[in-house]
Structures are given as C-alpha cells and as structure tokens.
Design a protein around this ligand. Structure first.
Ligand code: HEC
Length: 210
C-alpha cells in the first residue's frame, strides 16, 4: 500500500512536469509534440517498474523512509534508475564504487599520457556506472534517507556524470587540457559525496578517540 503511494506520487510529479514542460531530461525539441507525452508515459512506466523492483528488496523501515521523500527526489531516483541500464542483482554500493575507482584511475592515467580514446571510454563507463542491488538508498546511513540529506544528489550526479561526459567529449577531440579540467570537476563530485554521506571509512571502536 505504502509502496503504491510512493510510486503514484512520483508519477504525479512527473506527469505535472510533463504538462508544464519542466522535465529536465526531456529537452528534445525535435521530438514531435504529439508523440512526446506518449513516449514520456512509457518511459515513466518503465521507471516505476524499476523503482518497484528496488523497493521490493528493501526492509520495511527503509521503505517507510523512502516513501517520505519529496516527489522531486523520488523523480530524481527514478531518472537515475532509467539512465543506468546496468543494474546488478548482487553487487553492493561498495563494489560498484570499486569499479568506478578502477575507471577513474584509468581516466587519470590516460589523460597523463595523452591517450584520448582510453580516457573517453573509461569516462563514459563512469557516467554509465552500474547500480547496486536495491539502488543507492539501502547503503546510506538510514538517518541520511531524508529529503534534506538527499537534496545534494543532483548536484553531485551532475559533477560526476556530467563532468565525465564532458571529459569524454574533450578527450575524444584530443583536447587533454580541457579533459584534465573536467577530471577536476569529476573528482570534486567524488569528494563532496563521500564527505556528505560517508565520512572516514573503516574506523575501529577498539581505538581511543584521537
Ligand atoms: C552519490 C554519492 C557518491 C558519489 C558521487 C561517489 N561516491 Fe564513492 N561512495 C559513496 C558512498 C555512500 C560510499 C560508501 C559505501 C559503503 O560503505 O557502503 C562510497 C565509497 C567509495 C569507495 C570505497 C569502496 C570500498 O571498498 O570501501 C570508493 C573507492 C569510492 N567510493 C570511489 C568513488 C569515486 C572514484 C567517485 C567519483 C568518480 C565516487 N566514489 C563518487 C558515495 C558516492
């Protein structure tokens, strides 16, 4: 019941923004006016199915926190699920991050040695990274699953994924100076998200406070 409520409110928000033309991802003026709502509705249905799949894996306490999120955040999470077709049934967020780190290091090395094609491919893999089992929410501290704490996500996604796509385009053109600058933007996204959601990893309760 609650699950249904979450999905419906996300859809309502989505439909409203379709009507007033505010869906951030759908800036495709070339698309025929008449087809746009139909295509968006189909996409929305697919997004709802993906969200439903994620929700089905969550414990009731997390489902409750997810339901309480604002329609904007729900819509954002749905868009993330739609944009990332590589979705693992087994991997945790940490394991996804390990893959992102491997690609990130490949990008850095490729820029340093002026290998534009390697940099571009690895940067696109970052932008199109895998999603972990159940999406991102299950891996955050539960007190961070709030509209306020999650409101930073779009900016971080923009830095990492937007930055990675721009990096790829620049590297492909052979402009490694611009690629290096975008690499800085990507890095700032990694740093900001870790500072916000994670803190110092691997601390031990068997050590005295510093
Ligand atoms: C949307 C937020 C977010 C962004 C952006 C982000 N990370 Fe993470 N990252 C996390 C969280 C949360 C964890 C902790 C996951 C856990 O411990 O379950 C993490 C953990 C990691 C880890 C630790 C893995 C381990 O084995 O403990 C690595 C490495 C990592 N991230 C790399 C990166 C890199 C590189 C980038 C940028 C290209 C990046 N991350 C961007 C949220 C983010």
């Amino acid at each position: 019941m609650r699950q249904r409520f979450l999905l419906l409110s996300a859809v309502a928000a989505c439909a409203a923004s379709v009507v007033i033309g505010l869906v951030p991802g759908s800036t495709a003026p070339a698309r025929a006016q008449a087809n746009a709502p139909t295509a968006d509705m189909a996409e929305m249905r697919r997004g709802m199915e993906l969200m439903q799949k994620q929700m089905a894996l969550m414990t009731p306490d997390l489902v409750e926190k997810a339901n309480a999120l604002s329609p904007q955040i729900k819509q954002f999470l749905m868009k993330v699920a739609l944009k990332h077709p590589r979705q693992s049934d087994r991997l945790t967020l940490r394991q996804v991050m390990q893959e992102i780190l491997a690609d990130y290091q490949a990008v850095g090395a490729a820029i340093a040695v002026d290998n534009g094609e390697l940099a571009a491919d690895a940067a696109r893999r970052i932008a199109n990274h895998r999603l972990p089992r159940g999406g991102m929410l299950p891996y955050l501290p539960i007190e961070m699953v709030t509209t306020q704490a999650l409101s930073v996500l779009p900016a971080m996604e923009d830095a990492v994924e937007g930055g990675a796509r721009q990096l790829a385009a620049a590297a492909e053109k052979g402009d490694m100076v611009a690629a290096a600058q975008h690499f800085g933007t990507v890095t700032s996204g990694c740093v900001a998200c870790h500072a916000h959601f994670r803190g110092q990893p691997g601390t031990s309760p068997r050590l005295r406070a510093p």
